[in-house]
Design a protein around this ligand. Structure first.
Ligand SMILES: Cc1cc2nc3c(=O)[nH]c(=O)nc-3n(C[C@H](O)[C@H](O)[C@H](O)COP(=O)(O)O)c2cc1C
Length: 185
């Protein structure tokens, strides 16, 4: 039985954070299954392009921390969002393979950040690594490109809001440079 609490979407967006400090509590297989479902359910331009690798082997995670320079967290698990370049090229051409598929991986990250909150988890999106390191770590074939590693685990403390840390986005109205004044919640 998975303990999942309902989440108001706007609250979930407001409370979304990246986490780098996790508790030691392992994430049960079925909870990781819910996270994998959330990632798999995100938009994708073509079927069969996305692959998700769920990793919770402690030795593998320890190696990840050594070989992925951006994996600056103690998460007990991670989901790795990948693109099948052959499938993407065949179904949508090079633009899908090289660019659009990465949008779909980003959408999966957004799903994970929201789903995590319903399950009491936190996540951190991590991309500062070399593709070859992730390929070797997970045994990915050459036609499978790793797009994002997402650290997953239980968290106890919420970090400051992105706005408090100075993260901002430009909002424009009809033309670039004309402020859209009503973008707050
Ligand atoms: C595409 C992307 C790549 C990121 N790569 C890393 C990374 O390699 N290592 C890391 O610790 N955080 C990484 N982050 C987390 C950002 O540093 C984080 O989003 C930023 O600190 C803002 O935090 P917030 O999302 O909680 O507002 C990444 C975030 C995104 C969206």
């Amino acid at each position: 039985m998975i303990d999942a609490k309902p989440l108001d979407v706007a609250d979930g967006i407001r409370r979304r954070r990246m986490h780098r400090i996790f508790t030691d509590r392992p994430v049960p297989h079925e909870v990781l299954g819910r996270m994998a479902w959330a990632a798999a359910r995100a938009q994708q331009a073509r079927s069969g392009v996305r692959h998700v690798v769920v990793a919770d082997d402690p030795a593998l995670l320890a190696t990840a921390r050594q070989v992925l320079p951006g994996f600056l967290n103690n998460a007990p698990a991670m989901l790795v969002l990948c693109t099948d370049l052959d499938e993407a090229g065949a179904s949508g051409g090079p633009r899908l393979a090289e660019h659009v598929s990465r949008l779909d991986s980003g959408a999966a990250c957004a799903h994970l950040a929201l789903m995590a909150q319903t399950l009491g988890l936190g996540v951190c999106t991590v991309t500062s690594w070399a593709d070859e390191a992730v390929r070797a770590l997970l045994g990915l074939p050459g036609h499978i490109r790793p797009d994002v590693t997402v650290a997953v685990g239980y968290v106890t403390r919420e970090t400051a809001s992105p706005a408090a840390r100075g993260f901002a986005s430009g909002l424009h109205h009809n033309a670039f440079g004309a402020a859209f004044a009503d973008g707050g919640r």
